[in-house]
Design a protein around this ligand. Sequence first.
Ligand code: OOG
Ligand code: NI
Length: 435
Amino acid sequence: MTALIQCWELRARFAAALSQMYGTEVPAYNTLVEVSSAVNQSYATTHPDAERLGSVERVTAERHGAIRVGSPRELAAVAELFEAFGMYPVDFYDLRDAASPVPVVSTAFRPIDENELALNPFRVFTSMLATGDRRFFDADLRARVEHFVQRRELFDPALLAHARLISAAGGSTPAQADDFIAEAVKAFALSTKPIDRAWYEELSAISPVAADIAGVDGTHINHLTPRVLEIDDLYHRMTARGITMIDAIQGPPRWRGPDVLLRQTSFRALAEPRHFRMSDGSVVSDALRVRFGEVEARGIALTPAGRSRYDKAMAAIDAAQAHPEQAATIWADHFPDTEAGLAEQELAYFRTDTGPAGEIVRTPVVYEDFLPRSAAGIFRSNLDDDGAYGDSADASATDYSKEWMAGAIGRDIHDPYMLYAAIAAQSDLVTGAHR
Ligand code: OOG
Ligand code: NI
């Protein structure tokens, strides 16, 4: 009997194949990957501790993607497909709360244990249109959106059946793996089918994100994000190549101490040709700008105490409308500038092991998730306009929550803090001090 190809290998091949496809769809993505590799290579040769937050192999292959779906049924199908790649829902993000609200609630599908993350950490931020939110959708529009979404099939039922078999068996037969991956990738390609112009525009007026989700008859990769070891360097190199980046790097400022959580930046991709069906039945060619390039640097995972410290630091930076250098100074008022300091104050997660001479060796746990504030910023910075929505006092018809979403997809949604704590606890030294 031949051995099964394990879920992690399917995941690594899926991520690579998506990357290949996205590069042909959005050529600027290839430039971004090229520059990211150059940044990582030069960082690795000049920093002896470059692998502290992940091996060079892991970081080179590391990507996150983003997709958007229209209903709980579609989200459940995504969960079923991604489970075959060893990717499970982690955390609940409510982007409706952001400074510029987006009508979606989200989760991220990713591997959850340490070995799986080291083998390949591919993750996909997945947003679902919040049609039950009356601030965006009145009863009539809600019914039409739900009807539209109900009629489409994002994934071939045979693909989902195959995914269930793979999940149950813990892998795929070698003969079937290529086909399974190719079919999965195809489901996330940009559709060439004509888009109903009037419908797309009606939704765009509410929110361009709503139009991107429910104005077309499929889903697609919205962006694919490589990871870099030094995002400031990346930003300068991309700018030098004539690519206009968004104004700032989102997240914590560049400073002298350890990086925590996530720093991200992005640029707008070019408009892509799409076909539209007009009200007289004719089909015309036009262009839409919905996809873009994004890049990120990952730091150490923060504990709940560290996370509230982060929130305070960011609020202080906002209040001061600080320039980058001022931001670094404000940050330094909130965070210790060494890993030892973070560990002592229990602000971040570390593995603690015993070294060869009996000394304590501390290894940071990498942040594997997303930041709502950054996510909202990414959504927003790449839209032509925010759309218009009423501020009805009756904010929400459906009470979207983590529990609601778990019920809707029939799966647990993992708590990221529990996952980090479990990784930190896998130490061969039992001090009880750091969890
Ligand atoms: C998702 C935006 C969130 C990130 O990196 O924070 C995200 C989207 O645009 O659909 O990908
Ligand atoms: Ni992203």
